[in-house]
Structure formats: C-alpha cells, structure tokens
Design a protein around this ligand. Structure first.
Ligand code: ATP
Ligand code: LTN
Length: 333
C-alpha cells in the first residue's frame, strides 16, 4: 500500500460460514475498525476455510457478500483497508501447500478447534479440517503481517503460525517471513453461547437461540437474550460458577466500556431480569444501525464487486511477491 510512512501490517478474516454474530463483532471486527487508521490493513472473507465444513453453494456465495457488506457497515473504510475474498487470491492455497510440507501432524492434532470440529464431523473427517490452521498461517504470512486482531479461540492458531514462520526463517533466512502477534481484546474475547454459557458463541451453532446475529431484528435480539440460560441463585456477580450471568456482564462491558466490577456494583440488589433487559437494549442499540447499513450495502452487488475486484488485485500483487520469495528460497523453479 502506498503512504509516506511505513505502517505496520494488520490482517484478519472471518469465515463466511453463516451470518456474523455479536461474538465475531465484539471479539474481532470491532478491533479492526478501531485500529484501521494506525495500520496497513488487509481484511477478507475466508471462503476456502468455510468449506472445511459442508456449505450450500448458493448460501456460501451470498454469505461471502454479506460478510464483506458487514465489514463495511461496521465501519471498515474500503478506501483505506484492502477488502477481498480469499478464493480470489490463489497464492493463499499455494503457500498453504508449501507450509503443509513443514508443519507436523502432532502440531495439528493438538489444535483445540480441530478437536471440537472433527468431533462434530462424524465418521469421515475432511483432511481440510485438519490442515485448516496451515491455510490460516499462509493467509497471515503472505502479507508480512505484524498484528492479527482475533478472539481468544484463535490464539493457538497464531502461535502455530509463529512457529511455522520461525521454522522457515531458520531454514531459509531470517527475512523470509515476518513473525506475527495476536491482538486479543481484554474484554469480550470469548463471548459464550446464550444456550450453553460454557461453550463459545459460534455462528454455525445449529441452535439459532445460542447466538445473536448481526442480522437479527431488534425483537429477535430481545427474545434471544431474554431466553438466555442463566444460573441458579439470584445475585448478579462476576463468578465462574455463574457462566450465564458472567457472559451477559461481559457483553455489556465490551459494548459500553463500563468495567465488569462497576456493572456488578450497579446491579447490587437487582434481579437477573434487569440484567437481561439492559443487556438486550445495549445489544439492540449496537446492532440495529449496523444491520440496516449491511442490508443496504449487500443489495448494492455491483458496488461490492468493484471493491472486491480492486482488493483482490492488490492482494494478489502483495501475496505474489511473498510467494515468489518462498519459491526461490526453497529451490522451486
Ligand atoms: P464457525 O462457527 O463457522 O466456526 P465462528 O463464529 O467461530 O465461526 P470464525 O469465523 O471462526 O467464527 O471467527 C471469526 C473471528 O471472530 C475470529 O477472530 C474469532 O476469534 C472471533 N470469534 C468467534 N467467535 C467468538 C466469540 N464467541 N467471542 C469472541 N470472538 C469470537
Ligand atoms: N481461523 C479464523 C479465520 C481466519 C483468520 C485468518 C483469522 C482464517 N484466516 C487469518 C485471522 C487471520 C477463525 O476465526 N476461525
């Protein structure tokens, strides 16, 4: 990217496996928006990652456009950040192959996301689910990325990316790959399911009541939060034995910036019902404008396509240079 001073590179992505949730927004997307001016930014939709789980082709295509519309609606400026779709930049799959030859089975077998998702895959576990983190490492290393704003669940994948970069640099020269760092928000890095507050809110959860989607209407948001599973007892405390209450407190805290300790003080003597009503209103206020803007942008297909074509071109250029460097060092013609 042009610019008089050299900015550090920030990069992140979301799978267009379904609509985005408030977990994706609070844990990841919000930080992209917050820091986009301070970095050279690359944000994209990882549709090649999304097919590690079966997707309906038409849905996948539409969710990919929706994801990009949501990024822009959330405040990403396409004039500033490069927005693109992973499948339109072939270097991602190419570098992933190279990295596959340097990554170990043992490393991938330890990934908790693989353990979770392979359990849900049934008898036939796609190899892509196993090598998923290698493609993610390729995504990151192609752009000389320094910072990766993600939720807490992705920390392990970024550590693997660092290990792979260091391994390759030791073998082929220190300046082959930049070694990236995760950027994980202090509050809201792991929003939990509304139906099972001991597991992560996830956009592909089969129970629609488990997640608040950024496309949910105000009424649906209110209903889902009202039905959120809370805990026994009635006192509102920040306590690991009350994961449901704790989750609602962190959602509020992440959106408003009020600390959890301060919220607990404010809720002294109040009931779970108060906490739910307030949380619902706070989420509605955050999501409502975003939803309307994302819908408007999603309908402007030609405009989105123009942004994505421009983004993919820039990405191919940058990624192509890194891939060429790797080919040369490894001895590939
Ligand atoms: P899927 O259900 O398809 O696996 P997901 O909802 O887990 O999807 P991803 O596309 O895997 O979402 O993640 C996109 C970004 O959102 C990542 O940075 C991830 O860390 C973050 N993220 C996902 N879920 C949460 C959550 N519950 N709380 C905070 N951050 C989250
Ligand atoms: N694995 C990530 C999505 C992802 C990603 C990336 C995030 C794919 N490539 C590169 C940051 C940088 C997830 O959230 N499940």
């Amino acid at each position: 990217m042009s610019g008089a001073t050299q900015k550090q590179v920030m990069l992140s992505a979301v799978q267009p496996s379904s609509g985005l949730t408030i977990g994706n927004y609070i844990g990841a997307l919000r930080n992209w928006v917050k820091f986009q001016r301070d970095y050279e930014c690359w944000f994209f939709a990882v549709n090649l990652h999304a097919i590690t789980v079966r997707q309906d082709p038409k849905e996948l295509r539409e969710q990919t456009y929706r994801a990009v519309a949501t990024y822009i609606a959330a405040g990403i400026d396409p004039e500033h950040a490069t927005l693109f779709v992973q499948s339109q930049v072939p270097q991602h799959a190419e570098l992933a192959w190279l990295l596959n030859c340097y990554c170990y089975m043992g490393e991938l077998g330890r990934m908790t996301q693989f353990k979770d998702k392979s359990q849900k895959a049934g008898e036939n576990i796609p190899v892509g689910l196993f090598t998923y983190p290698v493609l993610m490492a390729a995504d990151i290393l192609l752009y000389d990325t320094e910072l990766v704003p993600v939720g807490a669940d992705q920390k392990q994948h970024i550590e693997l990316t660092r290990d792979l970069a260091i391994r390759m640099n030791n073998a082929y020269g220190e300046d082959l790959f930049k070694v990236p760092q995760p950027m994980i928000p202090p509050v809201g890095a792991r929003i939990m399911s509304l139906q099972d507050p001991t597991s992560k809110m996830s956009k592909s959860d089969p129970d629609p009541n488990a997640s608040v989607f950024l496309s949910d209407s105000d009424d649906v948001i209110r209903k889902k939060i009202k039905r959120a599973v809370t805990d026994s007892g009635s006192e509102i405390t920040d306590d690991d034995s009350k994961p449901g209450v704790k989750n609602l407190l962190s959602i509020q805290s992440a959106i408003t910036g009020t600390s959890i300790a301060e919220l607990v003080r404010q809720y002294a003597g109040k009931q779970y019902g108060h906490l739910k009503v307030d949380t619902a209103e706070i989420v509605v206020q955050a999501v409502s404008p975003l939803r309307a803007e994302a819908e408007r942008l999603y309908a402007e297909r030609a405009h989105l396509e123009k942004i994505l074509a421009r983004g993919a071109e820039k990405a191919r250029e940058k990624a192509g240079r890194t891939l060429k460097r790797a080919y040369e060092r490894i001895g590939l013609l």
